[in-house]
Design a protein around this ligand. Structure first.
Ligand code: ADP
Ligand code: MG
Length: 430
């Protein structure tokens, strides 16, 4: 097969320069500044966010860069380097949610939609703006290129409109950023029409360099957990399966609905309310509900059992992995093996119980493990998207080659790769 193709992270100065140049070409003016926001990859804690559980993402060095200038009116003009000829022109007073007369194009919804959402959250009378986008977050790869757009727009508008929520990246205002997370989630749900939880936007706005973000999705509280891969001679290889996936195609929504149905039957608000030690008894209760008045049929009950088992065990695995990372020797010897085993177990749970992997994801994970990865799993919503493998830094090329070989053998499209190191959250380029 062809040698593995790596998507490099753009060097920040160069990327900001490119965004500013695109701005000048499109709008014949200087931007007020360039803001950026990273994509994210989740270490563990998958499909837990909408169940009130824990997730553990890192911010990628791959970011969206947005050169932006405030306007004196309520017009929004947008351009992306993906199609430098096409400038979208919108009116902040006319745009609205997907499926309404104010609907805008998908990509514009992620940027203009943030202004719309801010106004719905009470920050009314915002100025319009011109903005030019350059992003190196792979699109549709499960690495949240969409959240990167929203969060870059959020910190930019926050600053040019003088809202003062985000604070400088060196001294971020976490409470203000948590509010911006809510604004961006609203944008994704209502303007873009994707029913996602808050993990992506939290990672992009609230991470710290060299750390993973332990996110408690019940109340939005966070802990910054040391995850300095480079210092330990480790790397996180991200494998973009390039398999078709879409959060709006119904599967994601179906998983969410199954969780809500199970919670209703069990009489809990969120599946995160189920303690791991009560899991067996809880699953029995779910089985017994089958065939009762208003209950699921037996087959459906078995499906719900598997979904609940994934969510409850996944939250426990995430808690365990965080505890391991908080030890001094987290990323060497036995602890490293334990971290890898938790990642492997997460994948198995997503494959068997949550049924949201797929042949490309399973092949990537198996090939990476066979080539010496400490642990590997799918990441993101699933059904495609990306997998991650925790590997010794010097083994990255070899593991990537092994995955590419396995893909060629299986007849899949060649995968793409990137190197993930825990980066900084959204901010403004000085
Ligand atoms: P993911 O967030 O996993 O990458 P999504 O489907 O949620 O996948 O978001 C991808 C969408 O985000 C694209 O279809 C496009 O609308 C928008 N997008 C992302 N990056 C860019 C970009 N550089 N230029 C224009 N649109 C982009
Ligand atoms: Mg997305």
């Amino acid at each position: 097969p062809a040698p593995p193709a790596f998507s490099p992270a753009l060097e920040p100065r160069e990327a900001a320069g490119a965004a500013a140049e695109l701005f000048r070409q499109a709008f014949d003016a200087e931007p007020d500044g360039v803001w950026y926001a990273p994509g994210r990859v989740n270490i563990i804690g998958e499909h837990t966010d909408y169940n009130g559980g824990l997730a553990l993402p890192i911010a990628l060095p791959h970011r969206a860069y947005l050169a932006l200038r405030r306007r004196p009116d309520r017009t929004i003009r947008l351009v992306s380097s993906r199609d430098a000829e096409a400038v979208e022109v919108l009116d902040l007073d006319a745009i609205g949610p997907k499926g309404t007369p104010g609907e805008v194009t998908q990509w514009a919804s992620y940027i203009a939609g943030v202004a719309w959402s801010l106004e719905r959250e009470g920050f009314t009378g915002l100025p319009g703006f011109d903005a030019a986008l350059v992003s190196c977050v792979p699109l549709g790869g499960g690495l949240s290129s969409s959240a990167a757009l929203e969060c870059a727009a959020a910190v930019a508008i926050d600053e040019v409109a003088g809202l003062g929520l985000a604070g400088p990246v060196q001294e971020p205002d976490d409470a203000g950023r948590a509010r911006l997370v809510g604004v961006c989630v609203r944008t994704e749900n209502e303007m873009a029409g994707a029913p996602t939880g808050g993990m992506d936007q939290s990672a992009s706005l609230r991470c710290r360099e060299g750390h993973a973000l332990e996110l408690d999705c019940r109340d939005g509280s966070v802990e910054h957990v040391p995850f300095d891969l480079a210092a330990q001679g480790l790397a996180l290889l991200v494998i973009d399966t390039r398999a078709e996936h879409s959060l709006t195609d119904g599967q994601y929504g179906a998983r969410r609905e199954a969780c809500e149905e199970a919670a209703r039957i069990l009489g809990v608000d969120l599946l995160a309310d189920i303690a791991p030690q009560d899991l067996d008894e809880t699953l029995e209760r779910l089985r017994r509900s089958a065939g009762r008045d208003g209950g699921p049929d037996p087959e459906r009950a078995e499906v719900l059992v598997r979904r609940v088992r994934h969510v409850v065990t996944e939250i426990a695995r995430t808690r365990e992995l965080v505890a391991l990372l908080q030890q001094a020797d987290a990323l060497s010897g036995e602890a490293l093996a334990a971290v890898g085993a938790l990642m492997d177990a997460s994948h198995e749970s997503l494959r068997v119980d949550y049924e949201c992997t797929g042949p490309e994801l399973d092949t990537a994970v198996e090939a990476a493990r066979a080539a010496g990865a400490h642990g590997a799993r799918m990441t993101g919503g699933g059904f495609g998207g990306s997998a991650i493998a925790l590997v010794d830094a010097e083994a990255v090329p070899e593991v990537a080659r092994a995955v590419a070989r396995a893909y060629a053998t299986a007849g899949f499209r060649p995968p793409a790769f990137l190197n993930a190191l825990p980066g900084a959250p959204a901010g403004r380029l000085a």
